[in-house]
Design a protein around this ligand. Structure first.
Ligand code: ADP
Length: 323
């Protein structure tokens, strides 16, 4: 199937004759293959004798639409793409267990069983074309630093939306917020062995278009398209920017540690200096003051006791609403 797409161009038509000669198959077989590509969501225009031409599809994450434009050194250079996956994180973890290299990504058009933290559900709408992508990294880092990758991913997502003209905030630890509503979520999963951290899989679900989340979430979810209301956006734009920012930030983390990245994160963190309710084994309220060098949230509770809130254990909510 790959061979046929590599013969097609976005700008000019390729005739059925050329395709059948290059692939050494009949014109009817060419037509059949074109139909099966269309069934996977690839837009192909056909125009009589002129032949076939690829048409851009803003909602697709098929590598065909973005692979050649990716400017990273290692992130996203190995791609696992399928039209449908139960969970991009699960597919990537399986690949990681079989030895997939650092920087491999898994992405699909429709994720059927997206997961959030603490066994929550990450919702998608089949026809909505949400951007769901997981990234595999094999870092040389101690296990206790692994949660920092959630914060670094949040920062990268925020920066990629900024470069598209949006002004996102980050709700500690891992939600990206536009106009008080959630536009993207992150789920980090890791595996360790006797020698330490073996790999980390970072999954993200990004509502790029209105309709990529169910209407039951209307009150608390939004999409980049709704926020920008006007300029066109594509899943490919978001993906390319996200992968480029993430690679850059991961390089910085390796070279400089978390301190400078933390400043960037804190600038965008809307949880800081606001009243929060921490919901875990114990529930309490207080004021979120800062983030420490391990990525924990520092909260001063109503008895003036300093609390260190760790990622993974708790949900943090605004006292009035979700944010
Ligand atoms: P938390 O918001 O506590 O950090 P998670 O990061 O695990 O929780 O995200 C899961 C939550 O996100 C769900 O409980 C639901 O409220 C919300 N959610 C699920 N799907 C979407 C979506 N497509 N867009 C926005 N929010 C969503």
């Amino acid at each position: 199937m790959k061979e046929l797409t590599s013969l097609l161009s976005f700008n000019t038509f390729t005739s059925g004759e050329t395709l059948s000669a290059s692939l050494r198959i009949t014109r009817a077989a060419v037509w059949k293959r074109i139909q099966s590509l269309r069934a996977t969501g690839i837009d192909i225009q056909s125009a009589g004798k002129k032949g076939y031409r690829l048409v851009h599809n803003a909602k697709s994450v098929n590598p065909l639409y973005w692979e050649k434009e990716l400017k990273t050194e290692w992130l996203g250079q190995n791609i696992i793409y399928e039209e449908q996956m139960n969970s991009t994180n699960s597919v990537l973890k399986e690949a990681a267990n079989k030895g997939a290299p650092h920087g491999t990504i898994a992405l699909c058009e429709h994720q059927l069983e997206g997961r959030g933290r603490l066994n929550r559900v990450w919702e998608t709408v089949q026809a909505g074309s949400q951007l769901t992508c997981s990234v595999l990294i094999r870092p040389q880092t101690e296990i206790d630093k692994a949660p920092l990758f959630t914060l670094i991913t949040g920062l990268s997502l925020a920066q990629s939306m900024e470069s598209l003209g949006a002004n996102p905030g980050i709700k500690w630890p891992n939600d990206i917020i536009l106009s008080g509503k959630k536009v993207a979520g992150i789920l980090l999963e890791m595996t360790a062995d006797m020698d330490g951290l073996s790999y980390v899989v970072i999954g993200t679900g990004i509502n790029v278009f209105k309709g990529s989340y169910p209407t039951s979430l209307d009150g608390q979810a939004t999409s980049i398209e709704e926020y920008l209301c006007g300029p066109t956006v594509s899943c490919q734009d978001v993906l390319l920017r996200y992968l480029e920012h993430l690679e850059e930030n991961l390089k910085r983390f390796e070279n400089e540690g978390f301190v400078l990245l933390k400043n960037e994160y804190q600038k965008r963190c809307i949880t800081l200096n606001s009243r929060v309710r921490v919901i875990g084994t114990e529930t309490y309220e207080g004021e979120a003051k800062s983030i420490d060098n391990t990525g924990a949230l520092i909260v001063v509770d109503d008895d003036n006791i300093l609390r260190r809130v760790l990622y993974g254990d708790v949900s943090v909510r605004g006292v009035i609403g979700y944010v």
